[in-house]
Ligand binder design. Structure first.
Ligand SMILES: [Zn+2]
Length: 172
């Protein structure tokens, strides 16, 4: 394709630094492009648009602490799941999973959902908080255990020292 700026040379396919905008923010990415060897004019070819958009989106995601396309794909594969398996587990549509892996940006809520299923560290932190909340709830309501006889939640053994709470004794 002849350079549309100088019209003196054919555009060549090579890596180039190009700027793009996402949600009002400008990012610069190194990606395959069409470059004029004479005047330096550079543009994105039809077949290069998707790669360019994905790289831009990944920069946006890195900046905003969201999982990148590659990370979603890699973590999903580490779990041994197909796109539709991940879709079933999370309740997010298969089409969405596919698009996120191709470069569409997931919103913050969806990012957290993905991390719950794909990021062991994130899931562990969440589980720890759940355990702490769970324990606090049980300890703050000792009469529930007392009046129901045995605690069905097997994770609370041994019982806390103030299990016998005289304030609630008469309810038994
Ligand atoms: Zn040119």
């Amino acid at each position: 394709m002849l350079c549309i700026k100088c019209r003196k040379a054919e555009l060549e396919t090579k890596s180039a630094e190009l700027e793009g905008e996402i949600q009002g923010e400008t990012f610069s990415v190194n990606c395959p492009a069409l470059v004029c060897p004479k005047c330096g004019y550079k543009t994105i070819g039809a077949g290069q648009v998707q790669t360019f958009m994905r790289l831009l989106a990944d920069q946006f995601r890195e900046k905003h602490g969201l999982l990148t396309s590659e990370e979603i794909k890699r973590m999903r594969r580490e779990m041994g799941w197909s796109q539709s398996e991940l879709a079933m587990k999370t309740g997010a549509g298969s089409a969405s999973i596919k698009r996120w892996e191709l470069g569409k940006i997931q919103d913050a809520a969806m990012d957290k959902l993905l991390r719950l299923f794909l990021d062991p560290e994130y899931a562990r932190r969440h589980a720890k908080e759940m355990n702490e909340t769970d324990r606090r709830l049980v300890w703050s309501q000792p009469y529930l255990q007392f009046s129901h006889g045995e605690d069905t939640r097997s994770s609370y053994k041994p019982l806390p020292p103030f299990y016998y709470n005289p304030d609630f004794a008469e309810t038994c």
